[in-house]
Design a protein around this ligand. Structure first.
Ligand code: FES
Length: 295
C-alpha cells in the first residue's frame, strides 16, 4: 500500500514523485558541492531550493522532497521555508519574471501605472504567465533601488526609471526574443539560469561578472556630499520634455539625473540633490541636540 500524507484539507496526498534518474544524479552532484560550503548541512537549504528551482523553473514538491532527503530534514521543514520566501516560485512560470516595484516610492513615481499598463498589455494579472510561457508578471517589493524609481526587474536585473511605454517595449522585446540589456548589472539570463547563479554557481558568461559593477551615480550622491564634494546640480524634466530622447528600454527624461553626472558644468537641479545644511532648509526648526525632556 502506498504511504500517503494528510493535506491541510484533510485529504490524503500521494508522496511527491522523484526526479528522473539522470536529473537526480546531476542534482546530487551539484548539491554535494553546495552542502560542502557549510559547517551544518541544513544551512544549505536556501541555495538548494534555488538549485531545484533552476531545474524546473519553480520549486515543486519533487524539488522539496529532494532538498529534504539531501539535508536530512522533513518535507514540512522544507515547505515552511520554500513558502516563506517569495523568490521561490510554487508553480510553473515564464522564462522572464517581470517584477514591477509597487512599493511606496516607485508606486507614486509611476510603478502603479506601469503595473496597470503591463496587465492590460499582456492580458495577465499578478503572478500570471503569458500563454507563450515567456513572461510572468508580478508585483515586487522595494529592491533598494528607490533612487531609480520606478524600477522594473527582470529576473532580478534592474531596469531603472521606467515608464509605461518603456515597460511595454521591454516585455514586447522579451517575448519576441530581441536582445534586452538591463540598465546596470550583469546581462540578462533566463529565470532558470538566474536560479542556478543564486544557488551559488559562478556566472560563466563572458564579461558577466565585470558588468555587475557598483552603485549607480544617483546612489552615490549622498556619499559625495558626505565627502564634501558638490555634485553637479541637476533638474528633473517632466516626462517627454527632456532634451534627450528615450533609450531602448525607457531611459526616459528622468535619467537626466544619471546622465548629468557625466556632464561637468551642467546647471540643473534635481530631486536627488539633498540640502547640504539640513537645518538651513527650515530656519523655524533648526536641527540640533534634543534636550533631556525631548523638547
Ligand atoms: S520603492 Fe521601488 S525600489 Fe524602493
Amino acid at each position: 500500500m502506498t504511504e500517503t500524507t494528510p493535506t491541510s484539507l484533510g485529504m490524503p496526498q500521494l508522496p511527491a514523485p522523484d526526479f528522473p534518474a539522470d536529473v537526480r544524479a546531476r542534482l546530487e552532484a551539484d548539491a554535494k558541492e553546495v552542502v560542502a560550503r557549510y559547517p551544518d548541512s541544513r544551512s544549505a537549504l536556501l541555495p538548494l531550493l534555488h538549485l531545484v528551482q533552476s531545474e524546473e523553473g519553480h520549486v515543486s514538491r519533487t524539488g522539496m522532497r529532494f532538498c529534504a532527503e539531501t539535508l536530512g530534514l522533513t518535507t514540512a521543514e522544507v515547505t515552511a521555508v520554500a513558502t516563506f520566501y517569495t523568490m521561490y516560485r510554487r508553480k510553473p512560470s515564464g522564462d522572464y519574471q517581470v517584477g514591477v516595484c509597487t512599493n511606496t516610492l516607485c508606486a507614486v513615481m509611476g510603478g502603479d501605472a506601469i503595473f496597470d499598463e503591463l496587465k492590460r498589455h499582456l492580458g495577465v494579472g499578478n503572478d500570471e504567465t503569458t500563454p507563450d510561457g515567456k513572461v510572468t508578471l508580478e508585483h515586487i517589493e522595494c529592491n533598494a533601488a528607490c533612487d531609480f524609481a520606478p524600477v522594473v526587474m527582470v529576473n532580478w536585473e534592474f531596469f531603472d526609471n521606467q515608464t509605461p511605454e518603456s515597460a511595454r517595449r521591454l516585455v514586447d522585446d522579451l517575448r519576441a526574443g530581441r536582445p534586452v540589456e538591463p540598465t546596470r548589472g550583469a546581462p540578462l539570463c533566463t529565470y532558470k539560469e538566474t536560479a542556478r547563479i543564486l544557488a551559488g554557481f559562478p556566472d560563466e558568461r563572458p564579461g558577466a561578472v565585470a558588468a555587475s559593477g557598483g552603485a549607480g551615480p544617483a546612489s552615490l550622491v549622498g556619499l559625495r556630499l558626505a565627502k564634501g564634494e558638490t555634485p553637479h546640480p541637476r533638474v528633473v524634466h517632466p516626462r517627454g520634455e527632456g532634451p534627450h530622447g528615450e533609450g531602448p528600454h525607457g531611459e526616459g527624461p528622468r535619467d537626466e539625473a544619471t546622465r548629468d553626472e557625466a556632464q561637468p558644468g551642467s546647471a540643473h537641479l534635481s530631486s536627488h540633490d539633498a540640502p547640504q545644511q539640513t537645518s538651513a532648509s527650515d530656519p523655524a526648526h533648526p536641527a540640533g541636540p534634543v534636550d533631556e525632556e525631548g523638547e
